[in-house]
Design a protein around this ligand. Sequence first.
Ligand code: PPS
Length: 313
Amino acid sequence: MEQDHQMTKEDFEATFKKLPESAIFRLPLSLVHGVPLMKPIADQWERVETFQARPDDIFIVTYPKAGTTWIQEIVDSIMNDGDLEKNMRAPTHVRSPFLELFPPPPMPSGVDALNITPSPRLVKTHLPYKLVPISFWEKKCKTIYFARNLKDNAVSCYFFDQMNKSQPDPGTWDEYVEKYLKGEMSWGNWFDHVIGWWNAKDKHDILYIFYEDMKEDPKREMRKVTKFLGKNLSEEVLDKIFHHTTFEAMKENPMANYSTVPNIVFDQTISPFMRKGEVGDWMNYFTESQSKMFDTEYEERMKGTDLKFRTTI
Ligand code: PPS
């Protein structure tokens, strides 16, 4: 079903072109309860905080660049019982609106888009556990947390921040790794995020899964998601979903590759949204000393948790 809040790429572009670049692009981040967020989110925080969940909402939660779009496509496919025509109804951000996003009007905010999305809604958020609207838990919504290892996550963020003008300028890779480890990033520190959600997983209806596991054996992980969502799909349907959600298929799919976002915002000539989709790409960018610095911080920060990540498969 087409949804009312779908705007064309041209509408998007026209809106951005009307505004001075300095008012919308490369803005510094603002703190919300100690977490750095994009300024428009901080300015309209009350709208996020008071967001009303519905009991059949499915929350898809990630740290940025952990593979959100991938798990969104998988969840939508499962919810459509493998009827992939339905996945082609609209781009990812319309099928699964981004709760805390506030693009310049008249583009709808995530909250406005969600308010007119029919149930069951697939709600995307990058919020750390401590910032989640209370209504999430009051309504006992099912939540899928998709996590990716620190090093690949950092590389993916670096390339994204170069092409995505709504984020602060990433600077050089050497500058970026320092900032990344300190958590001076949109949505804050990677450790706080992955550990916060890990600790929450037994208190709520949360399925915590990993990018690396999904790469290793997609159908095994998709079966976990299917079961968690209370669905029962045949192997044949799972096969279809597997083929539909490979990196190669999604890179070519205009409803999944963000080609509907104008270049003025996502300049995919700098770096494509579907960049590499691999585990271990970090080895192409980290120097030995940067890798050691990350390993040291990882050991320190992960002490006392049984949460484990793999940086290779
Ligand atoms: S965002 O902007 O936070 O929503 O971005 P997000 O979707 O979380 O992350 C984008 C990265 O996920 C990779 N990706 C995939 N990997 C494997 N298989 C599939 N199907 C897939 N779809 C997206 C995408 O390539 C980005 O990772 P990098 O490492 O940059 O390639």
